[in-house]
Design a protein around this ligand. Sequence first.
Ligand code: C5J
Length: 223
Amino acid sequence: DQALVSIAAQPAPIELDPRRLALILIDMQRDFLEPGGFGAALGNDVARLAGAIEPCRRLLASARRAGLLVMHTREGHRPDLADAPPAKVLRAPPGMRIGDPGPMGRILVRGEPGHAIIPALAPAEGEPVIDKPGKGAFYQTDLDSMLRNRGIEALLVAGVTTEVCVHTTVREANDRGLRCIVPGDCCASYFPEFHAAALAMISAQGGIFGWVTTEAAVTQALE
Ligand code: C5J
């Protein structure tokens, strides 16, 4: 089939039909990447995530050029916190909890400045944005039906953080029969060792959760 593309990846190259491939950018929000948000409230050095922004920007440009379905996710909660499990809220110290006021508005609350996707990766007109209350993009969202209705069979999954929301989404997608390809340089973690281990876990055992690749390999395949 002329339409198939091959992406160099670990544990092996993967052949895909780009018409059935979507890019999902996970949680590239100010709340995780900038000081004063949820990531910082949990005691993390948010500067560690900055390195993924430029590769994500190139990946996004390649996906848009190739006409892929592009989707974005945001982790966050309703202003009344009705969808925020107490177990999640109470994890941070008082004053730094979900819903508390921070320099970018109420922490991890939908509609607040910190909840927004960073300007460098702003969704384009028509690109679906999925608001999710949990770590995985399928939990309590309509992502599954949105992908099925469009005939999507494979996902490029990128964003932050590698071992938390990217990994949870990959695991959820894998169990739903979707092939997942993760460009490692388009993901980042507050813990470099977790980032490396999370990527290794995806491609180990013959690709137990999927394939690991790079932005350059995806861009080359889609050109
Ligand atoms: C975290 C995420 N790390 N988007 N969220 O709490 O990975």
